[in-house]
Ligand binder design. Structure first.
Ligand code: NAP
Length: 248
């Protein structure tokens, strides 16, 4: 076995691709979801078919008690975690800033920022050699929107991913001497259901010509980068924000 990884938001899209790839590389995989119980079950079935262990656990990453329950449930089933992919995220929908309200901003920050930070905190508590842990690897799933800004689409979302970038850089330095590597991937336009959920199902095709590589990305292309960052091949990489965006 390669270790035990928890992937948040793994019922669909990038998270599901990461979970399946991790399973095929010999990780036991905790598959977190919030609403997509059926999809999460399919991801677990695929991982088991590939010969690895997996468990699906429902939890809202924005809620501290649910995050604590999630980590406990995954470890009870699969053993001590060695890696975390903090992937769960939402855009909140396409709105200009003048049209957003408190509830929207709070929801996006709660899932994308608070949820990421709470999950990473649980991982650090377990991995830190200072706390008796054996070390570990963490990948946060940010977005290239953190530097592009997503003007006219969802600046509030871009801002939440800017927070993820800062958190990743700072935490990487905080725990570098405790056996923990922390890195981010910053995907560009990736073909998942997130665009339809934001009200723009054709967004990737519509913007393909603006991408230097001339096409949207596949979830598996992000997953490959995540798995590399988790692996021993990236043993001297920490605090990195890795763009996976076709040059955007
Ligand atoms: P997606 O297809 O919409 O999937 C989102 C996943 O997050 C689902 O599994 C969903 O679970 C889960 N989720 C949402 N809220 C949650 C919560 N409160 N607690 C637990 N899980 C929750 O999105 P995606 O495109 O794969 O995006 C994954 C990550 O990549 C996000 O952080 C996103 O911001 C980032 N990203 C995506 C793109 C892109 O173009 N696709 C680009 C840059 C960055 P349920 O369905 O079970 O509710």
């Amino acid at each position: 076995m390669n270790g035990v990884v928890l992937v948040t938001g793994a019922s669909r899209g990038i998270g599901a691709a990461v979970a399946r790839l991790a399973g095929s590389r010999g990780y036991a995989v905790g598959v977190n979801y919030r609403n997509g119980a059926e999809e999460a079950k399919e991801v677990v079935a695929d991982i088991r078919m590939a010969g690895s262990q997996a468990v699906a656990v429902e939890a809202d990453v924005a809620r501290e008690t649910e995050v604590e329950r999630l980590f406990a449930a995954v470890e009870a089933e699969l053993g001590p975690l060695t890696a975390l992919v903090a992937n769960a995220g939402i855009t909140g929908g396409m709105r200009r800033v003048e049209d957003i309200d408190e509830a929207l901003v709070e929801q996006v920050l709660a899932i994308n920022v608070t949820g990421c930070i709470l999950c990473v905190r649980e991982a650090v508590r377990r991995f830190s050699t200072k706390r008796g842990g054996k070390g570990g690897a963490i990948v946060t799933v940010s977005s290239i929107a953190s530097t592009l800004g997503a003007a006219g689409e969802y600046v509030h979302y871009a801002a939440s991913k800017g927070a993820v970038d800062s958190f990743t850089i700072g935490l990487a330095r905080e725990v570098a001497g405790e056996g923990i590597r922390v890195n981010a991937v910053n995907p560009g336009l990736i073909k998942t259901g997130i665009h339809a959920a934001a009200g723009a199902p054709d967004r990737v095709d519509r913007l393909a010509a603006t991408i230097p590589m001339g096409r949207g990305g596949e979830a598996i292309e992000v997953a490959e980068t995540v798995l590399w960052l988790l692996s021993a091949a990236a043993s001297y990489v920490t605090g990195a924000l890795v763009p996976v965006c076709g040059g955007r």
